[in-house]
Design a protein around this ligand. Sequence first.
Ligand SMILES: C=CC1=C(C)c2cc3[nH]c(cc4nc(cc5[nH]c(cc1n2)c(C)c5CCC(=O)O)C(CCC(=O)O)=C4C)c(C)c3C=C
Ligand SMILES: [Fe+2]
Ligand SMILES: [Fe+2]
Length: 350
Amino acid sequence: MTAAISLDNARPLDIKPLPVASTTRVGVLLVNLGTPDTADAAGVRVYLKEFLSDPRVIEDQGLLWKIILNGIILNVRPRKKARDYQSIWNTEKNESPLKTITRAQSEKLAADIADRSHVIVDWAMRYGNPSIKSGVDALMAKGCDRILVVPLYPQYSAATSATVCDEAFRVLTELRAQPTLRVTPPYYNDDFYIDALAVSIEDHLKTLPYKPELIVASFHGMPKEYVDKGDPYREQCVATTELLRKRLGMDDSKLLLTFQSRFGFSEWLQPYTDKTIEKLAKDGVKRIAVVMPGFSADCLETLEEISGENAEIFKHNGGEEFSAVPCLNDSAPGMTVLRQLVLRELQGWI
Ligand SMILES: C=CC1=C(C)c2cc3[nH]c(cc4nc(cc5[nH]c(cc1n2)c(C)c5CCC(=O)O)C(CCC(=O)O)=C4C)c(C)c3C=C
Ligand SMILES: [Fe+2]
Ligand SMILES: [Fe+2]
């Protein structure tokens, strides 16, 4: 996988169109990570149990892990995390922001490509609801015999992208008449993604009454061991950050790369976001902005952990101004990313 990492993001989009396959309908299924159905301990418990029982996420699912998960984590963590979810919950729709935003992305993408009337767009969550199975069933019920699965992660990791594929293909194992599946590749180095990130940062900075001294690009972390075993995730985060630096004309002292959301006691990818932010404040940096390029939608990890916890860490240690750049979400630049990615990968099908 290492050889596949590329900083060459100049792939043209005007590739000669392939001959179009004769098909009934084509489905596009956007898939994000998943989130609890309710912001109470019971809802978070169900979600965490499914998530943390996935061997793509916790690779060692041995007896010791089962004891820790069922005996400690699922008894302690849901109560605390339920409070965190309550602090960001979309009370109007009674759902987590990750669901609201993924649905909006799906609806806008459908409207964006409405001129291709035989394409149907839907969305799903890898853990929780709506499930990948319900998404595949719904698309098939509408006559889709080809489905493009879109893992909503710019950088590939086995813990995110691969487990979406695992589940999509597992769903197909239950079918006699299967639809044909395609999966979009990671888009960590595509021009349209880097441009959208740059525009979203520049637009956000214009809204601030101050100029940040530097920007922290914080990606979700993972155990270092997974990368040591060959997961290309870190290299793709590095590539995204380098391309973004180039695009914004910043060096590594002005656009820092960090990893957040450490879980458990093993070493995760470093530098850690919270430790970096603490050190910056202690070193006298007063104004920072944080961007989270690895999240295609705002969620617990961006809204609570970064905008809440990490802003607090910064200010507690002497920092003065902290601002988080919203994720691409269903913004115009964000929708351009999804449209370009999907239309490129649908070639030959539409
Ligand atoms: C070993 C555990 C985890 C790995 C590996 C991991 C990788 C990973 N996760 C995301 C994206 C998201 N993670 C989110 C929440 C979340 N992540 C973990 C653990 C691992 N993630 C947990 C236990 C949780 C739940 C919250 C908590 O208990 O701390 C979310 C937010 C979901 C939401 O409801 O808003 C996202 C998104 C990526 C991209 C990634 C890749 C390395
Ligand atoms: Fe996570
Ligand atoms: Fe977190």
